[in-house]
Design a protein around this ligand. Structure first.
Ligand SMILES: N[C@@H](CCC(=O)N[C@@H](CS)C(=O)NCC(=O)O)C(=O)O
Length: 209
């Protein structure tokens, strides 16, 4: 059994989607990241920065989404979400898994907060560079790492969802829309969205401004 530390409508929502894709049993431990007094201190024993997501599986803690995706994709290999070591697709798969958190996510956050790219001292580069990379890649193949869906698509797809529908800063390009439609048609995406909506409702977030 996987224990999944989660807050609805947050960065951990991409891991909720991944868990639905995996089909492995999991239980959700809710973490109230929006609590007025902050996240309870005892959660730090699981996640050192008190952030979600985190998982516990077979007695070990895994934090950071790229690590969680890599770990779960390999631990539940039979689900077909991680190319094997030796498979040429493993290279773009790992590249995009890490790019999602190392470049895509901080670029979006910087853009959303009105920071322009400030030079070589920042590891993630500009919004325009990131969008161009994403567009070139998705114009060449149906999924982010190749011709089949992988755990990297939950990360990049989740980022696209956030950029498109929450931040509303994703350029309106057919290649992004077609990719997003391919992902949102997946039953696991729909189950995860419904679960997250229900959790958000229970947390009083629906209808709240
Ligand atoms: N690098 C982390 C980032 C996780 C993250 O930023 N989580 C946010 C949710 S959107 C969080 O827990 N924020 C609560 C807080 O900072 O108190 C990962 O990818 O796992």
């Amino acid at each position: 059994m996987i224990t999944f530390y989660h807050a609805p409508w947050s960065r951990s929502s991409t891991i909720l989607w991944l868990l639905e894709e995996l089909g492995a049993p999991y239980k959700i431990e809710k973490v109230d990241i929006r609590a007025p007094g902050g996240v309870p201190e005892d959660y730090r024993r699981i996640q050192p920065n008190k952030k979600v997501p985190a998982i516990v599986h077979d007695g070990v803690v895994v934090t950071e989404r790229a690590a969680i995706c890599t770990y779960l994709g390999d631990a539940f290999f039979e689900a077909g979400l991680a190319p094997a070591i030796g498979d040429k697709m493993r290279a773009p798969y790992l590249t995009w898994l890490v790019y999602a958190d190392g470049v895509f996510d901080p670029v979006l956050a910087a853009k959303a907060h009105g920071h322009e790219f400030m030079g070589g001292g920042y590891s993630y580069g500009s919004f325009a560079e990131m969008i161009a990379n994403l567009e070139r890649t998705l114009a060449s193949r149906p999924y982010i790492a190749g011709d089949r869906f992988t755990a990297a698509d939950t990360q990049i797809g989740g980022g696209i969802n956030y950029a498109k529908n929450v931040l509303r800063i994703l350029p309106d390009k057919p290649v992004f829309n077609e990719y997003f439609e391919r992902l949102t048609a997946r039953p696991a995406f729909q189950r995860a969205s419904q679960k997250d909506f229900q959790l958000a409702q229970e947390a009083g977030m629906v209808g709240a401004s």
